[in-house]
Design a protein around this ligand. Structure first.
Ligand code: SF4
Length: 378
């Protein structure tokens, strides 16, 4: 049976963070119930199409899924379990923001089958949280982790950020220290990006703050990467670290370029050699699903050449790289047949390791991943 991931998008947030350009909105509470109904309908629409697939992961992301009650999420998951062949050991993740979950919700999620939480902290110091427009403090975060453990969660990810304006190395390492001391199983660390159209972008243009230099940003990444090792967290992707065995099954679907379906406004799918996405307009999405009219606003056929390149592009994000045997099983020929010249050149430049099992980027190669990928495009 072919395997599949399911992503379900919740586009509501209590307040929009200053740096965020995700398809998520504040002040739209009145649409939450109709949206939930539409989601249930869309899941049912998928039922027949994915009959021959085994679902190995369900990921409820956003936005802030935990603005919905534990009971509402449990009902949605029940529809998933009744509609899809969800594997017994499937990973079921819910993204949760500190300050939006209480003990009762977390118990409800746990008993509904949720076995992984992803909690957004970003920074330990409240001054950075305020600057980023987060709704919580670091003590709300600790409280959420305590509740989660009490509710029986043994697989918790925490998102953190570096490269914040005026952030010192000491503050960055303090964030990692505080998070890792809570004995979580997974950490995702990303550099702050100033995205167009966000308040942060406007303030940046107005000169209200400056960002760390490229060198300072890289130094924080290297120090952070090194620091989390002492807590047993092993790097398995450019930005992701886990206790062995707790790597994120859902994100590995993306990095292995495997199939997934996305439900909800703005959700993307890669299914049956096509990539497509739903409209990110929440009202339009609800109307279309309710009326049975088209909700997809983008669709692209993926040919074999694109699929090959995307497999390389995503796979090289992983420390383990692209497995040669799996590549051959998927595309019929050795990886060298398609990319021998690029592989040889990158090995010579010290950017790639080519061994019997896989091709993978060196640490230097990871830093210039885009440059390395250009070689695979020729
Ligand atoms: S909580 Fe997450 S999705 Fe919502 S605004 Fe903040 S960063 Fe964006």
């Amino acid at each position: 049976m072919r395997q599949l991931g399911v992503y379900i998008h919740f586009p509501f947030c209590a307040r929009k963070c200053h740096y965020c350009d995700f398809p998520s909105y504040q002040g739209m509470e009145r649409w939450m119930q109709p949206y939930l109904e539409a989601l249930c309908r869309e899941i049912l629409e998928w039922k027949e199409k994915v009959r021959d697939y085994a679902v190995k992961s369900i990921y409820l992301g956003g936005g802030t899924p935990t603005l919905f009650s534990g009971e509402q999420i449990a009902r949605l998951l029940e529809i998933c379990f009744n509609s899809f062949n969800v594997q017994k050991n499937a990973e079921i993740t819910v993204e949760a923001n500190p300050g939006t979950v209480d003990m009762a919700d977390l118990f409800a999620l746990r008993s509904a089958g949720v076995n992984r939480l992803s909690i957004g902290l970003q920074a330990w110091q409240d001054r950075h949280l305020r600057f980023l427009g987060r709704i919580h403090s670091s003590s709300d975060f600790v409280q959420s982790i305590m509740y989660a453990k009490e509710a029986g969660f043994e697989n918790i990810n925490v998102d953190v950020m570096f490269g914040l304006p005026s952030q010192t190395i000491e503050e960055w390492l303090e964030t990692l220290e505080k998070v890792c001391s809570l004995k979580i199983q997974h950490i995702s660390m990303y550099s702050l990006k100033v995205e167009d159209g966000t308040p942060l972008h406007r303030w940046y243009e107005e000169g209200k703050f400056s960002l760390p230099s490229q060198e300072e940003d890289r130094l924080m990444y290297y120090k952070g990467r090194e620091y989390v090792k002492r807590f047993g967290l092993r790097q398995y992707e450019i930005s992701n670290f886990a206790i062995p065995g707790k790597e994120c099954v859902h994100n590995l679907i993306y990095w292995h370029n495997e199939e997934y379906i996305g439900c909800g406004s703005g959700a993307h799918s890669y299914f049956n050699d096509e990539r497509f996405s739903n409209t990110s307009d929440v009202e339009e999405y609800i109307r279309a699903v309710t009326d049975g009219t088209p909700k997809i606003n983008y669709r692209e056929k993926i040919g074999e050449e694109d699929e090959r390149f995307e497999t390389i592009m995503m796979g090289l994000r992983l420390v383990e790289g692209v497995n040669k045997q799996k590549f051959k099983a998927r595309f019929g020929k050795d990886i060298e047949f398609y990319y021998g010249k690029a592989i040889r050149k990158l090995v010579e430049q010290g950017l790639l390791i080519d061994d019997e099992v896989s091709i993978k980027l060196t640490e230097k190669g990871m830093d210039v991943q885009n440059v390395a990928l250009l070689e695979f495009m020729q």
